[in-house]
Design a protein around this ligand. Structure first.
Ligand SMILES: Cc1ncc(COP(=O)(O)O)c(C=O)c1O
Length: 408
């Protein structure tokens, strides 16, 4: 074996990007093929949803804005802009009550990956819901940690507080550390969003362990924060609840420039650390900067400059916000049509509250191949299939629902 022992089990399974390539290949031969695999926002006509303001800025960058190495911590316009954008009306509150630090990363992916790596001992477990974005498995194996799930839904399809508390207790007692990962709102793959009361409950549980001096890290993956069917202000309401966080909790928010700005290929994102305990933020900064340098050096200069300009110049920000409203409208109209059609045809979806994906439970182990036979590409996951409404053409929705009904 030429690979090291720790790498023996590395094998990309159900690789979403690969499945999506396969779908594109097959589409060349079969015009009726429906591809709802990858989480990138597209227009109905199949072209990617670009923000015109991003496009304009991209074509007016100076040579040094494009070609020079970016500093590990990125330009201030980017990091401060990301902070203000993410927390919106709560940015002042967070600034006053918490220490904080924004570390640019190559997409939200690297933000998750570095957080897994630095805030756990090797072999430790991270708690997350049983429906989750599969690449978390890859980040976990790379970081030498394990994933441990709780049931996302209770019998009424609400957030399963009981199971969350039970599994959190198990892990905290077993390993004297608790790291929780919640991808909310607009969970990938289900489109679920926790209520404010769910968040209150989760924070109270985390606080219990922090109060016993157990290190607690909350990884809050907000990749789809801007794609709820809510205004930017409304979608930030959950951050008001952060006020209740115990001083010894470290919250790490995962920001994705891919989703917020449709800049998927640029690889831009950030790890936002906040805590009421300055010592935890000192540690966050120290290991965060180190891992950026040690794992990917620094982040795409042009992307950070584009985003920095949008956040610092009112005219650009206004244009961006207007375009974002259009993006949300596009997604909302597709989601509404899909859910209506599903109800009409008797296909039961998991509760959807926003974002790029809708999921349907299935017992068919062969669902992926059966759908491909029927010229449909979706992403199969444990017990369900995921429909990326972000890349669907509205006119295909009734046909798609019908083919799903036939094969689940
Ligand atoms: C749940 C979730 N988190 C984070 C990301 C990060 O994406 P990126 O690395 O492109 O920013 C994605 C992308 O699909 C996602 O679905």
């Amino acid at each position: 074996m030429i690979v090291g022992k720790h790498a023996e089990h590395k094998q990309l399974e159900s690789n979403i990007l690969q499945i999506s390539q396969d779908a594109k290949e097959m589409k060349k031969k079969h015009k009726d093929l429906i591809d709802a695999t990858v989480g990138m926002l597209h227009h109905d006509e199949g072209n990617i949803f670009k923000f015109e303001v991003v496009e304009d800025l991209l074509h007016h960058l100076s040579d040094s804005d494009i070609y020079a190495y970016a500093p590990v911590r990125g330009p201030k316009a980017y990091t401060e802009g990301v902070f203000d954008w993410v927390f919106g009306p709560y940015a002042d509150m967070i600034d006053k009550q918490f220490e904080h630090c924004v570390i640019p990363t190559t997409g939200g992916s690297a933000a998750v990956s570095n957080t897994f790596y630095n805030f756990n001992d090797f072999g430790q477990k991270i708690l997350l819901p049983n429906h989750y974005w599969p690449p978390y498995n890859n980040f976990a194996l790379e970081a030498n940690v394990k994933l441990h799930t709780f049931l996302m839904y209770d019998e009424d399809n609400n957030f399963n507080r009981v199971d969350f508390a039970k599994e959190a207790k198990k892990i905290a007692n077993e390993q004297d550390r608790l790291t929780v990962l919640l991808n909310d709102p607009c969970n990938n793959p289900t489109g679920f969003a926790m209520t404010e009361d769910d968040w209150r409950f989760v924070i109270a549980e985390l606080n219990k362990y922090a109060d016993k001096d157990i290190p607690v890290t909350l990884i809050h993956d907000i990749a789809y924060l801007d794609y709820q069917s809510k205004s930017t202000e409304e979608s930030r309401k959950i951050f008001s609840l952060y006020q209740e966080l115990h001083p010894n909790v470290l919250a790490v928010l995962i920001f994705s420039g891919s989703k917020t700005f449709s800049m998927y290929g640029f690889r831009v994102g950030a790890q936002i650390g906040i805590s009421k305990n300055p010592d935890l933020i000192d540690q966050f900064e120290r290991v965060g900067d180190y891992s950026v340098r040690g794992r990917f050096s620094s982040v795409c200069q042009s992307a950070m400059n584009i985003i920095g300009s949008i956040f610092t110049k009112d005219i650009y920000k206004k244009r961006f916000e207007e375009e974002l409203v259009e993006a949300r409208k596009l997604l909302k109209s597709r989601a509404e049509l899909f859910l209506e059609e599903a109800e009409k045809q008797g296909v039961k979806t998991l509760p959807y509250r926003g974002g790029f994906f809708i999921s349907i439970e299935t017992d068919n182990q062969n669902i992926y191949d059966d759908l491909v036979e029927d010229h449909v590409f979706l992403i199969p996951m444990k017990g369900l299939i995921r429909v990326a409404i972000s890349s669907l053409n509205k006119k295909d929705i009734p046909i798609l629902v019908n083919k799903i009904k036939k094969n689940i």
